[in-house]
Ligand binder design. Structure first.
Ligand code: SF4
Length: 279
């Protein structure tokens, strides 16, 4: 059985960078806190807490400490409140997310209504919307387009959550074009995501079994799994070696493996070694 590992498997640049910043800060200073989990992965969250970084739910309780902003970014109001409460801010927002923030606020200043294609409840989307003066229109898929609001928009600017599927974005853009006379579109799906998605569109056809590694909380892992499953029925989403079923590999000559952007190397290696030990 041959195991083919996606080159883009695991941490993306932005997650790696945010983790390095967080760990470096925790090594050098005390009282380091973070609003929520650094990434959507339980193992990484455990590792971070070992460095003494505390997860907080609200800013009020830890006034004056060091606040790390996660890779997904935060709304402007979080930065403003943190400053008022005397936090020292260490901003680990991914530069590619920062770029999306900049496009959104620049285009809003030019009079465009900002339309975000993304998961409404995802921290990155909340962060993007939170850079704006007016409420952004968030659209998750072609079926959830609020037509009345779209029809009332004369100048619209579409930006995309960095980890979205390109097809979903283009389908939505195609529909919005029919209704908004002045429509600008910025494809802000980040490069690491594009590379990951290109690989996952290619691998399922070349492998008899596909294993996608990542937490159930990870939206980008879910997307990788969905693409893989649509192309190869024998695709499985796992987060530990315990979830592996040897029957999946019974007739497999080639097994493809990839992992979400927040999956740590240790988890990936543990699962690969386990699969290797099966035959
Ligand atoms: S998925 Fe892309 S934008 Fe998001 S943190 Fe990773 S590199 Fe940055």
């Amino acid at each position: 059985m041959r195991i083919n590992i996606a080159k883009s498997s695991g941490f993306c640049f932005g997650v790696k960078r945010a983790l390095d910043i967080a760990i470096k800060t925790a090594r050098e200073k005390k009282n380091v806190v973070m609003l929520g989990d650094i990434v959507h992965n339980e193992e990484v969250v455990r590792q971070i807490s070992r460095f003494g970084i505390k997860k907080i739910k609200s800013l009020e309780r830890s006034k004056g400490q060091i606040l790390i902003i996660r890779a997904h970014g935060e709304p402007l109001r979080v930065f403003n409140s943190a400053k008022k409460l005397n936090y020292t801010i260490v901003d680990a927002t991914c530069p590619m997310v920062k770029e999306i923030h900049k496009i959104a606020s620049d285009m809003e200043k030019k009079g465009y209504r900002i339309i975000v294609i993304g998961d409404r409840k995802h921290d990155e989307v909340r962060g993007i919307s939170g850079q704006l003066k007016k409420k952004a229109l968030v659209i998750e898929n072609p079926l959830s387009i609020p037509l009345a609001k779209v029809k009332a928009t004369k100048k619209g600017c579409i930006i995309v959550q960095s980890t979205q599927k390109l097809k979903n974005a283009l389908d939505i853009v195609g529909i919005l074009k029919e209704y908004i006379p002045d429509l600008k579109f910025f494809n802000t799906i980040c490069k690491p995501t594009r590379i990951k998605q290109a690989e996952i569109e290619n691998m399922p056809g070349k492998n008899d079994c596909m294993i996608i590694i990542g937490s159930r909380k990870s939206a980008n892992t879910k997307r990788l799994y969905e693409i893989s499953k649509s192309l190869n029925e024998n695709s499985w989403w796992v987060n530990s070696k315990k979830e592996i079923n040897p029957l999946w590999f019974q007739k497999a000559k080639n097994v493809g493996i990839t992992a979400g952007a927040s999956t740590p190397e240790e988890t990936i290696n543990e699962i690969i070694n386990h699969i290797r030990s099966l035959k």
